[in-house]
Design a protein around this ligand. Sequence first.
Ligand SMILES: N[C@@H](CCC(=O)N[C@@H](CS)C(=O)NCC(=O)O)C(=O)O
Length: 198
Amino acid sequence: MIKLYWSPRSRSFSALWLMEETGQPYERVLTDISTGAQKTPEYLAINPMGKVPALRDSDATLAEAAAICAYVAERYPEAKLAPALGDPRRAKYLQWLFFSPSCIEPALIQIFTKIDVPTSTAAWGSATQVFDVLDAALDKGPWILGDAFSAADIMIGSGLNFAVRLFKMVPSRASFDRYIDRCAARPAFQRAEKLAAG
Ligand SMILES: N[C@@H](CCC(=O)N[C@@H](CS)C(=O)NCC(=O)O)C(=O)O
């Protein structure tokens, strides 16, 4: 059975939401980052970054929330969390799955730290560009790929929920509001919210 290493009120939320969407049994292994549990030698052997979330599946271990999404979507194809190999929608699925750690995360750090980086040098362009691009992509909906919910929505939805709704780091927009509402209405999101509260 998959083991999910997680900590309350952390980026583990996306992995909890993901596992809840699969409908498969999994074991939650509390790795409370407020106690330093993420820095033990045992845990560092799983994720040398000493951060949650991380996952164990028999002999396989991995960290990084977006990679966990990709792995679990492939592990449980019946959950339909990713377009199948050969489906043309898979291209955009991968793009949006990677957009979260590659563009949304650094844009939020830029907002938080107020560092100035030339847009042509910054891999994420600018925070304005990131959220304009997301706004346009989410305008039609209901999901980032259109009609099909996917693991990319788990990464994008968790990021927007955190940045727009919970911490108000990014001004809301109509498309974001509708999208976060749709994400938050999913029973798996609601179960993950309860679990993530600790
Ligand atoms: N790049 C990682 C980031 C994970 C991360 O930042 N985790 C934080 C909690 S939100 C953490 O474990 N911090 C504890 C520490 O660094 O000691 C991912 O996307 O999964």
